[in-house]
Design a binder for this molecule. Structure first.
Ligand code: NAP
Ligand code: G4F
Length: 339
């Protein structure tokens, strides 16, 4: 029988790749869409177009919001999904310092609203909660499932709450809820204000003569960066297990922001030192200095291993941004901006 999945955060980076994965497995996919004054479906328009005017459509968008419990409950009663992926969040760490309460509401309480809607409706779904390596904060690497949490941002604190409440619902009500503690994962669909994509988009603009300078914050922070399409496979694998559990998903390698900059500019044949400047506006009140995950448990129990390494990830992102900008310029869509 066709399986039905509900994804919150469908319009984000991970939601779009997960939808592709589930559609390729013949799922019926329902996604939460926030009301917005402008279109927010750019990452999934190619999928929606596939189903335009198709009576056998398998991808559906539903208005709702993680801050609005009644919209979530209504969806659960109506859809009865087999699998729920809670990916929706105010996911930007720096922004969370400016909007701590909102971040706590959506990223933290949003998870308990989903869990309560499942419990109240009696839907027997397996549930994925998007936990984060940001929860480890200042704990030294390598971080695994037994590493204590020491969040360093309102976002990290909200994710710790969401993580613990997921475990609590598993233990209290026997619900099949799994936490994926994912380390940073990137792609050409990464949000434009996360550091990797900010760098690769700027490189494309510099390459095309539209920009001269790129302003960044802390170049010394280290992250364990993987490739997003591989990480959504791990989410799906978690929900196919007989018993729910928590898993770290990571590459096991760490690189500084400076290394990402050097590698990315070199790939485009540019001298980074001529273009990159530091602007303290991008420093955070508290920083997470060094993340490197140990995903042994996922390798053994799920059979999940990452394939795309750091250099390849950088190349994929730089090439995609240059190609996409050149195409837009050919079509005359890009207007000249200088920085
Ligand atoms: P993203 O690109 O920022 O996408 C976030 C999604 O959440 C978007 O679809 C967004 O909708 C939606 N959203 C925001 N506020 C919402 C609200 N109030 N109600 C409903 N939906 C809302 O994030 P991502 O990189 O795909 O990450 C997916 C999840 O994994 C997030 O929970 C993130 O915190 C977590 N995570 C990410 C990483 C990573 O490295 N990418 C690592 C660990 C954990 P709009 O499109 O309308 O903005
Ligand atoms: O790309 P970032 O904004 O990602 P960050 O803070 O690691 O958070 C991402 O990964 C988490 C998993 O660990 C997710 F849970 C979260 O949702 C998000 O996807 O920043 C990476 C590093 C930071 O140390 C930051 O200080 O890059 C440094 N950085 C330096 N200059 C910058 C900049 N970050 C941003 N966004 N913009 C800069 O100009």
């Amino acid at each position: 029988m066709t399986k039905r999945a509900l994804i919150t955060g469908l319009t984000g980076q991970d939601g779009s790749y997960l939808a592709e994965l589930l559609l390729s497995k013949d799922y019926e996919v329902y996604g939460l869409r926030r009301r917005s004054s402008s279109f927010n479906t750019g990452r999934i328009d190619h999928l929606l177009n596939d189903f335009r005017h198709d009576k056998n459509a398998k991808l559906f968008l539903e208005y709702g919001d993680l801050a609005d419990a009644s919209s979530l409950a209504r969806l659960l009663y109506r859809l009865h999904p087999d699998e729920i992926y809670n990916l929706g969040a105010q996911s930007h760490v720096h922004v969370s310092f400016e909007m701590p309460e909102y971040t706590g509401d959506v990223t933290g309480l949003g998870s308990v609203r989903i869990l309560e809607a499942v419990r109240e409706s009696g839907v027997r779904a397996t549930i994925y909660q998007a936990s984060s390596s940001e929860m480890f904060g200042s704990e030294p690497p390598p971080q695994n499932e037994n590493t204590p949490f020491h969040p360093r941002s309102p976002y990290g604190c909200a994710k710790v709450y969401a993580h613990h409440i997921a475990v609590n619902y598993r233990e209290s009500y026997g619900m099949h809820v799994s936490n994926g503690i994912l380390f940073n994962h990137e792609s050409p669909r990464r949000g434009e204000n996360f550091v990797t994509r900010k760098i690769t988009q700027a490189i494309a603009r510099i390459h095309c003569g539209l920009q001269k300078k790129l302003y960044l914050g802390n170049l010394d922070a280290k992250r364990d960066w993987g490739y997003a399409p591989e990480y959504v496979e791990a989410m799906w694998m978690m929900l196919q297990q007989d018993t729910p559990d928590d898993y770290v998903i990571a590459t096991g390698e760490t690189h500084s922001v400076r290394e990402f900059v050097i590698e990315a500019f070199a790939h485009a044949g540019l001298d980074w030192e001529k273009h990159v400047e530091i602007d303290p506006v991008y420093y955070r009140p508290a920083e997470v200095d060094n993340l490197r995950g140990d995903a042994s448990k996922a390798r053994v129990k799920l059979g999940w291993t990452p394939k795309v390494g750091f250099d390849e990830l950088v190349r994929i992102m730089v090439d995609a941004d240059i190609e996409s900008l050149e195409e837009r310029l050919r079509r005359g869509e890009e207007y000249i901006k200088s920085s």
